[in-house]
Design a protein around this ligand. Structure first.
Ligand code: GTS
Length: 206
């Protein structure tokens, strides 16, 4: 088994869905936290000038979603067949759109756009509620967890901090969150200081 190194900033951010996946799947990795002082030098070595970066033995990967899909293939959490894999990709793309809106809010328009964002949020949450209600397997797709579920988990956790009541009208999402969060490895991780003390975003907004 190769060693995994995940390079990112000392925040949850885009990297947390990767960490949640690795924890839940019992796969060891090393977090390399890049601070403000070292970032200008490290940035020069990064293919696109950004993090996260994954080192998997001699494979160096950038782009969070490429990293997530690579690990999902390795860990066997990319669906049970081609059809499920395609549906997982579709669900994941939707989640990535939600994530992009969230990141834009946090870094570009927190003060001016939060009210509008929270007004529009139930539309996306409603769609997810419907998707989860219609899949009796208990996950986004099929009857086994996939890499997309960890992104959804991270987004639900972030949005609960942004707006603690955001799931009040979505009982299926609420019980999905409770169910995934109570998986033993995830529960232990989420109770750890490493998780609790790590800020969600680099600018302190959440
Ligand atoms: N599409 C890339 C991915 O998904 O990996 C975007 C990566 C990205 O924007 N990284 C930011 C970065 O490296 C950090 S964050 O958006 O994940 O918080 N910023 C530092 C810089 O100098 O650009």
């Amino acid at each position: 088994m190769t060693s995994l190194k995940l390079w990112y900033f000392p925040t949850k951010g885009r990297a947390e869905s990767v960490r949640l996946m690795l924890k839940d799947q019992n796969r060891e990795w090393e977090d390399i936290a890049i601070t403000g002082q070292t970032w200008p030098t490290v940035k020069q070595s990064c293919l696109f000038g950004q993090l996260p970066k994954l080192e998997d033995g001699d494979l160096i990967l950038y782009q969070t979603n490429a990293i997530r899909r690579h690990l999902a293939r390795k860990l066997g959490i990319y669906g049970q067949n081609e059809k499920e894999a395609a549906l997982i990709d579709m669900m994941d793309d939707f989640l990535v759109e939600i994530q992009a809106k969230y990141i834009k809010l946090i870094y570009q328009e927190y003060e001016t756009g939060k009210e509008k964002y929270l007004k529009e949020l139930p539309e996306s949450l409603g769609r997810l509620e419907k998707i989860l209600s219609s899949n009796k397997g208990g996950f986004l797709v099929g009857s086994q967890i996939s890499f997309a579920d960890y992104l959804l988990l991270s987004l639900l956790l972030y949005h609960q901090v942004l707006s603690p009541s955001c799931l009040d009208s979505f009982p299926t999402l609420r019980s999905y969150l409770d169910k995934i969060s109570s998986r033993p490895n995830l529960k232990a991780y989420m109770q750890s200081d490493a998780f609790k003390n790590k800020p969600i975003n680099a600018n302190g907004k959440q």
